[in-house]
Design a protein around this ligand. Structure first.
Ligand SMILES: Nc1ncnc2c1ncn2[C@@H]1O[C@H](COP(=O)(O)OP(=O)(O)OP(=O)(O)O)[C@@H](O)[C@H]1O
Length: 300
């Protein structure tokens, strides 16, 4: 478990991290969302023990991370611009990581490189951006560390590779003590990967949410009523986060379980009704608006 206790970081006059507290629980994939400059990389660098907070404390399994080599050997950080040794091919980078991380699994790495269709003797500088990201992820995954921090590592990966990496992460979580943290400025990139998400804005952690929990408890109801009294009755009976009207179509973002919300709506005999799940983006728009923010101002 990673605990952030009131951590704060300023660079000259830039307040990059503003008194953040929170917990990243083990055995789940945590997504860190925020616009450019929100503080994602700084936070990840602090969690990895590369950057020291000005104040506050970061604990990994109860122990301070900064200047603690034992704890730092359990955390692998993949920076947004992956670092590769000059002129290195994939095998050279494998050996380099194996030197740094005693838990590195060479056999697994070689097999995954083959599975991803990468040529291990190819110079990394000649690979495409997405292929470099794949190499970076495989190096991180095979390091065998307890925590893997991926700074915008998934942004721009094609859907097939993302799916493959997601399965690898899920299998890893089942097989060993493994907790990946993935940052992105794009909710869609994290939609199908993360179990819980933290939203960072101007150095502040605005929300942290368990995705399954919120997905189960929110839905979009679309309905058309002939009778406005019954429509009003339904509106009064629901916990509505957002109401939109396009002609006769009423679209409601509603707190509650989908089948229960649908049942309530059907009881008012609408001409048409359907209850749909929300995308992660829609959920976060609703949740942040409900918390008094407008997410559209700070997510791209
Ligand atoms: N070493 C540094 N020196 C000065 N300012 C810095 C330094 N590192 C980060 N910052 C500033 O801290 C703020 C947060 O930067 P950070 O890189 O953490 O954001 P980010 O959310 O990762 O952004 P992006 O999505 O653009 O990568 C920015 O205003 C940035 O300019």
């Amino acid at each position: 478990m990673i605990e952030l206790k009131d951590i704060d970081k300023t660079f000259s006059d830039i307040h990059a991290i503003d008194h953040i507290s929170g917990t990243i629980h083990n055995g789940m994939i945590f997504g860190l969302i925020g616009s450019n400059g929100a503080g994602k990389s700084t936070l990840m660098r602090m969690i990895s023990g590369i950057v020291k907070p000005d104040s506050g404390e970061i604990l990994s399994d109860g122990k301070t991370v900064y200047e603690n080599p034992e704890i730092k050997s359990q955390i692998c950080f993949l920076a947004d611009s992956p670092y590769f040794l000059p002129n290195a091919d994939i095998l050279r980078m494998r050996d380099y990581y194996a030197m740094i991380y005693p838990t590195f699994d060479r056999k697994r790495f070689d097999s995954l490189v083959r599975r991803f269709g990468l040529d291990s003797k190819r110079r990394i500088s000649t690979l495409s951006k997405g292929m470099k990201k794949q190499v970076n992820i495989l190096l991180g995954l095979c390091s065998g560390t307890k925590y893997l921090l991926c700074d915008e590592t998934f942004d721009g990966l094609d859907p097939l590779v993302r799916q493959a990496v997601k399965s690898l992460f899920a299998a890893e979580i089942i097989n060993r003590d493994f907790t990946p943290v993935i940052s992105s400025h794009n909710l869609r990139e994290l939609e199908d990967i993360c179990d819980s998400i933290g939203l960072l804005h101007r150095g502040k952690l605005l929300l942290t949410k368990d995705l399954d929990q919120i997905k189960r408890n929110i839905c979009k109801l679309q309905c058309v009523f002939r009778n406005s009294c019954r429509e009003q009755k339904l509106i009064r009976s629901l916990h509505i986060l957002k109401l939109e009207r396009t002609g006769s179509l009423l679209t409601l973002t509603v707190r509650g379980e989908r089948s229960e919300v649908l049942q309530l709506a059907q009881a008012e005999a609408p001409l048409f009704v359907e209850a749909l799940p929300l995308t992660l983006e829609e959920i976060f728009i609703s949740e942040t608006e409900a918390a008094g923010y407008d997410i559209k101002d700070f997510l791209c």
